[in-house]
Design a protein around this ligand. Structure first.
Ligand code: FER
Length: 283
């Protein structure tokens, strides 16, 4: 009679130990510049877009120790409705978060591409960003990304070009884009993350029409949101559908609103999970 009780107690203990290892809130200082460690580099680069009909700007972060002799996986990191290619840099200091993670060897070396997701000739932020034509440009970006931007990156940077070395994630409108484009092109992306995804997120049955295919092909599907975010229902309804159809994913709800505190933590957590084996049992 005693043995099963002891076994059960051991099991509970083990699970707690595993759960404790998964840090779900970035520690203080995760986004503070450390002068004495190696730093990655941010470049501002133009690429020709047939989709939009002009040259478009993106930022590219290459990691500490970057070498053209190596081959890197790529994370495409997308901004929100009020931003442009500089929004992550201005609001989220992704280069600081990643430099600090590299120092602790917590992240696979990768290139991070921060494009402008408003695929139209005048793609500047500001003014009425909710204007229908400007919202529509966030959907048009799927073509720009797949047909213009990714081929440019893969031609000009030392990157791995198979789906298992390509990730897409973003905040709000960029979260919706990441879910729409990532799940809509499983042949191109194995790692997909939506932080506080906006109303542009497709309805679950349109987003994931074939749950078995998603389950078979995705390496990681990440959905996170602040618990006080007015847009939480777009994450919630996606999560509910994924549970119902048994598609493994991480659903991470944390205290917070619709802001960079949540998105920086999203990047901190998501970037550590990609391009390496994922253990969903720890979540
Ligand atoms: C909306 C509310 C919010 C919407 C988009 C957003 C397209 C996007 C917010 C963001 O990117 O921060 O109704 O419609």
């Amino acid at each position: 009679m005693k043995q099963p009780v002891i076994l059960f107690a051991l099991l509970v203990l083990c699970r707690c130990a595993v759960a404790q290892e998964t840090i779900k809130q970035a520690p203080a200082g995760f986004d503070a510049i450390q002068a004495s460690i190696p730093h990655g580099k941010i470049d501002s680069v133009m690429y020709p877009s047939k989709t939009v009909g002009n040259d478009r700007r993106m930022l590219i972060y290459t990691p500490p120790g970057y070498s053209k002799k190596k081959k890197y996986p790529v994370l495409y990191l997308l901004h929100g409705i009020g931003g442009d290619e500089k929004e992550w840099l201005n609001g989220g200091s992704p280069q600081v978060i990643l430099d600090n993670l590299y120092k602790d060897k917590k992240v696979e070396p990768m290139i991070v591409v921060m494009p402008n997701g408003r695929a139209m000739k005048d793609d500047r932020a500001g003014g009425n960003v909710f204007e229908p034509a400007r919202v529509e440009a966030f959907a048009t970006f799927e073509k720009d990304l797949l047909n213009d931007l990714i081929p440019f990156v893969e031609k000009n940077y030392p990157v791995l070009t198979d789906r298992e070395h390509r990730a897409i994630a973003g905040l709000s409108m960029g979260g919706g884009q990441s879910l729409n484009f990532g799940l809509g092109n499983l042949d191109k992306f194995a790692w997909v993350g939506g932080f506080s995804s906006a109303p542009n997120t497709k309805a679950p049955e349109v987003l994931i029409p074939d749950p078995a295919a998603a389950k078979a092909q995705l390496k990681l599907l990440w959905i996170s949101c602040g618990d006080k975010d007015d847009l939480i229902r777009f994450s919630e309804r996606t999560h509910d559908y994924l549970v119902q159809h048994q598609v493994p994913h991480i659903y991470h709800i944390e205290p917070g609103v619709h802001d960079f505190k949540v998105w920086k933590n999203g990047l901190y957590l998501f970037s550590q999970l990609i391009f390496k084996p994922v253990d969903l049992s720890a979540w």
